[in-house]
Design a protein around this ligand. Structure first.
Ligand SMILES: C[C@@]1(CC(=O)O)C2=NC(=C\c3[nH]c(c(CCC(=O)O)c3CC(=O)O)Cc3[nH]c(c(CC(=O)O)c3CCC(=O)O)/C=C3\N/C(=C\2)[C@@H](CCC(=O)O)[C@]3(C)CC(=O)O)/[C@H]1CCC(=O)O
Ligand SMILES: NC(=O)c1ccc[n+]([C@@H]2O[C@H](COP(=O)([O-])OP(=O)(O)OC[C@H]3O[C@@H](n4cnc5c(N)ncnc54)[C@H](O)[C@@H]3O)[C@@H](O)[C@H]2O)c1
Length: 215
């Protein structure tokens, strides 16, 4: 079984070998997470060329060669070239440097997999099939997008504020846990799903009074 975790990549170097369609997918997510991306590839897609042009990523415009990764001190290395042998050499060098490797062409050389994801503000939902069917991940991701619209991001911001208020109230951790388990229910989900986040917040605030945890 894989161990799920959500990495804070802000300011961390991530190297990508290859600049094709798979690289595009990986790099889009890396840049959203604030990573410093260096791409090593003789050619880039138009989309990646634009990102290189505006300075969003660094481009080493050459085929991968031994010794290219060490100066970058990468945390993560993505091997996405269309040549298995190039990916193998890059993966070996990355592993020797202690970096974690994702080899798009070879599950056996992969330390971690990239899940499919839905982002709604600070809410992140991910789907993985352990490599069994990325196409199913895509389908489930699209299903989640329908079930959890953008309103969940705004609702989460409100919840974070209410949570801080509740933490400052008497009752202790057990009372707070009981409160949250009671007020965050299917009815709230339905309100948020249909965009009624003011009403959802109101229901939760009524719950604070009912639970008697306010000072
Ligand atoms: C989630 C997503 C994230 C991303 O890439 O950012 C992702 N693949 C996505 C889409 C997708 N990938 C492929 C198809 C074509 C249909 C098919 O082949 O099934 C589609 C669907 C499509 O594009 O329609 C082909 C494919 N994928 C892998 C191989 C190699 C192999 O299996 O050995 C091959 C065959 C290559 C070949 O034929 O040579 C391997 C991996 N792909 C993974 C992630 C990891 C496992 C994740 C999981 O198990 O869920 C893993 C193990 C490693 C990794 O890349 O991290 C992204 C969804 C984006 C979205 O949400 O729309
Ligand atoms: N993990 C996944 O989701 C997934 C999906 C499809 C394909 N794949 C695998 O990933 C590989 C790449 O797929 P793609 O669709 O991005 O291919 P692509 O043809 O779009 O891109 C390949 C890239 O590799 C670069 N490249 C070629 N030789 C190189 C070298 N010596 N050094 C550095 N870069 C080099 C090319 O310039 C190009 O930018 C496929 O061969 C397949 O094995 C993985």
């Amino acid at each position: 079984m894989l161990y799920p975790m959500n990495l804070d990549l802000s300011g961390r170097c991530c190297a990508v070998i290859g600049g094709g369609r798979v690289a595009e997918r990986k790099i889009t997510a890396l840049l959203s997470a604030g990573a410093e991306v260096t791409v090593i590839a003789p050619a880039l897609t138009d989309f990646l060329s634009k990102l290189a042009g505006d300075g969003s990523l660094k481009w080493v415009a050459e085929p991968f060669q031994a010794g290219m990764l060490a100066p970058l001190h990468p945390l993560l290395v993505f091997c996405t070239s269309d040549c298995g042998e190039v990916n193998r050499r890059a993966a070996e060098e990355a592993a020797a440097l202690g970096a974690l490797v994702n080899d798009a062409s070879c599950p056996e050389r992969t330390d971690f997999q990239v899940p499919s994801r839905v982002q709604r503000g600070r809410l992140l939902m991910t789907v993985s099939t352990d490599g069994a069917s990325p196409a199913l991940s895509r389908l489930l991701r699209r299903d989640l997008e329908k079930q959890y619209p953008e309103s969940f991001g705004a609702f989460l911001d409100r919840l974070a504020r209410i949570r801080q208020e509740v933490l400052a109230m008497p009752g202790g951790a057990d009372a707070h846990q009981r409160f949250w388990r009671k007020v965050l229910n299917e009815q709230i989900l339905e309100l948020v799903r249909t965009g009624r986040i003011d009403q959802a917040e109101e229901e939760i605030r009524h719950g604070i009074i009912d639970a008697g945890i306010e000072s």
